[in-house]
Design a protein around this ligand. Structure first.
Ligand SMILES: Cc1cc2nc3c(=O)[nH]c(=O)nc-3n(C[C@H](O)[C@H](O)[C@H](O)COP(=O)(O)OP(=O)(O)OC[C@H]3O[C@@H](n4cnc5c(N)ncnc54)[C@H](O)[C@@H]3O)c2cc1C
Length: 416
C-alpha cells in the first residue's frame, strides 16, 4: 500500500502530465487507485485476496464470531491468526484453570458458561468443571474443524488502513496484503501484557511469561497485583510450599462488588482461603507499588511509605493491555477506552467491529466469555444487514440468550 502525494505546483503548470505518468506507472503495475483528497491518493496493490469479512484472531471471540458468520451463510471470509487456534489459552501457565465453571446445561436452554457456540459444552467434552488453557484450546480447535472455518495461521496482522469513502480495509500481514469490506478485531489481551506499570518492572516476571509455577526457583516470593491472576499465582506457589507476600493496591480480597469483572470470583476466594489457612500467604492491601529496585541479594518492592524485600524476581500480576492499542488511531479513546456504537463498531471507522474482552459500553465490561459471547450475533446481524443477507438464522441465538442487543438489562445487582 502506498500513499501518493501530488504537490499543488505539479497540478498547475505543465506538471499534471508528470502526475498522470506517475499514476499510470502504478496502475500498470498492479495497483488500485483510491482518491483520498485533492492532490492525495492511496495506491493499493491489486490482489485476489479480497474478502467480505476478515476476523483478526482465532481465540474464543474470533472462533465464536466466525460460527455466527457461517450460520448467516457468509462464505467469503477468513480468520487471520498469528499463531494457532486458541494460542492464548495454550500459553497459559500449565497449572492455570478457568475460574468460570463449566456445566452442561444447554439441554435446558442454559449454555455452559464457557461455551462459545450453541449446543456445545467444554464440561461435556472434558468431563471437567474447571478446564486448563490447553484443554480449552482443544475445544476451540474442535469447533474450528467441525465448522470447517477458514483460518490462516501463522499470519500476524501488522496494520489496518481504512480506505476512503467506506470502500473497506487493507490489512498488512506477515504473509502479505489483503483487503476486506469489514474487519472484526478479535485479538484479545493475553498476548499484550502490561510489562511497564512502574519503574523497575523489567526486573519482574509477568505471570503470562510463566510456563509452569514449578519452574520457579526459590522459597519466598512477592506477587504484585491481587486480582484473579495474582491470587492464582499466590495460590499455586503456596501449594508448592513457598511463602508468598501478595500486595494489592485495593485489597481486592475484601471487595464485595457483585460484578466478577471487578471483584474476585467465588472459586478464587476459596483457593485464597485455603492457601491463607496454611499460613503461607501474607495479604498486604491498600499499597500502590511505585518501583522495584535490584539489591545485592534480591529485590526491593516499594510503595510510597513502605518496602518489602524479595529474594526472587517479583511476579507482576498487574494485568494486560488491549490489543486495540495496535490499531489505536482507528478509535476514539476520549473516555479512556475504545468508543463503540451499539453494534460494537468503531465510532470513528465504520466497518471495523470489535469482539471479545475489549468491548466496553460505559460501566458494562465484557471481559468474561459468558458476557462477550452474547455480542457475536449483534456484530453478525449488523454485517448481514449491510450485505443484504437475511439475518433470520440469528433468531435461535436470541432464543438461547446469545443475542444481547439491549444493554439496559445488564445489571450485576444481587438480591441475596
Ligand atoms: C489470565 C486470564 C484468565 C482468564 N480466565 C478467564 C476465565 O476463567 N473465564 C472467562 O470467561 N474469561 C477469562 N479470562 C478472560 C479472557 O478475556 C478470555 O478468556 C479470552 O482469552 C478472551 O478471548 P479472545 O478470543 O478475545 O482473546 P484470545 O484468547 O487472546 O485470542 C486472541 C487471538 O488473537 C491472536 N492475535 C493477537 N494479535 C494478533 C494479530 N496482531 N494478528 C493476528 N492474530 C493475533 C492471538 O494469537 C490469539 O489466538 C481470562 C483472562 C486472563 C488474562
Amino acid at each position: 500500500m502506498k500513499l501518493l502525494f501530488f504537490r499543488k505546483s505539479w497540478l498547475t503548470t505543465a506538471s499534471p502530465i508528470f502526475c498522470v505518468r506517475k499514476l499510470a506507472f502504478f496502475l500498470e503495475n498492479d495497483y488500485h487507485y483510491h482518491k483520498v483528497s485533492i492532490g492525495e491518493c492511496l495506491l493499493v496493490k491489486k490482489t485476489n485476496d479480497r474478502f467480505e469479512v476478515v476476523i483478526v484472531g482465532a481465540g474464543a471471540a474470533g472462533i465464536g464470531c466466525a460460527v455466527v458468520l457461517k450460520d448467516l451463510g457468509i462464505e467469503n471470509f477468513v480468520i487471520l491468526e498469528r499463531h494457532q487456534v486458541g494460542a492464548s489459552f495454550s500459553r497459559w501457565p500449565e497449572e492455570m484453570k478457568f475460574i468460570t465453571p463449566s456445566f452442561p446445561g444447554h439441554g435446558f436452554g442454559l449454555l455452559d458458561l464457557n461455551a462459545i457456540v450453541l449446543n456445545t459444552s467444554p464440561a461435556l467434552s472434558f468431563r471437567k468443571e474447571h478446564l486448563s488453557g490447553e484443554e480449552y484450546a482443544i475445544y476451540l480447535e474442535t469447533i474450528a474443524e467441525y465448522f470447517q472455518l477458514p483460518i490462516k495461521t501463522e499470519t500476524n496482522v501488522n496494520t489496518i488502513a481504512a480506505l476512503p469513502q467506506g470502500q473497506g480495509f487493507v490489512l498488512e500481514t506477515s504473509q502479505g496484503e489483503l483487503q476486506s469490506q469489514f474487519v472484526i478485531w478479535a485479538a484479545g489481551e493475553y498476548q499484550y501484557p502490561n510489562l511497564n506499570p512502574f519503574p523497575g518492572a523489567e526486573l519482574c516476571i509477568h505471570n503470562s511469561q510463566i510456563n509452569s509455577w514449578r519452574e520457579l526457583e526459590g522459597e519466598e516470593f512477592v506477587v504484585i497485583g491481587g486480582y484473579e491472576s495474582g491470587v492464582d499465582a499466590a495460590s499455586f506457589l503456596a501449594a508448592l510450599g513457598k511463602k508468598v507476600k501478595l500486595i494489592d493496591r485495593n485489597s481486592s480480597w475484601l471487595n464485595l462488588d457483585p460484578d466478577p469483572s471487578v471483584s474476585l470470583s467465588p472459586y478464587t476466594l476459596k483457593r485464597l482461603e485455603v492457601a491463607y489457612s496454611m499460613g503461607r500467604i501474607e495479604l498486604i492491601g491498600d499499597q500502590h507499588i511505585e518501583a522495584v529496585k535490584a539489591e545485592k541479594k534480591g529485590y526491593v518492592v516499594q510503595s510510597e511509605y513502605e518496602q518489602w524485600f524479595s529474594p526472587t524476581p517479583p511476579i507482576l500480576c498487574t494485568g494486560f493491555n488491549s490489543s486495540l492499542e495496535q490499531i489505536a488511531p482507528l478509535f476514539d479513546w476520549s473516555n479512556g477506552y475504545a468508543a463503540l456504537t451499539q453494534e460494537d463498531e468503531s465510532t470513528l471507522t465504520p466497518g471495523l467491529f470489535v469482539v471479545g474482552p475489549s468491548v466496553r459500553h460505559g460501566n458494562i465490561i465484557f471481559c468474561f466469555i459468558y458476557k462477550f459471547r452474547q455480542r457475536f450475533a449483534v456484530v453478525g446481524n449488523a454485517i448481514a444487514q449491510r450485505l443484504g443477507i437475511d439475518p433470520s438464522p440469528l433468531e435461535i441465538y436470541r432464543e438461547q440468550g446469545l443475542f444481547l442487543d439491549d444493554l439496559s438489562c445488564c445489571n450485576d445487582d444481587c438480591v441475596c
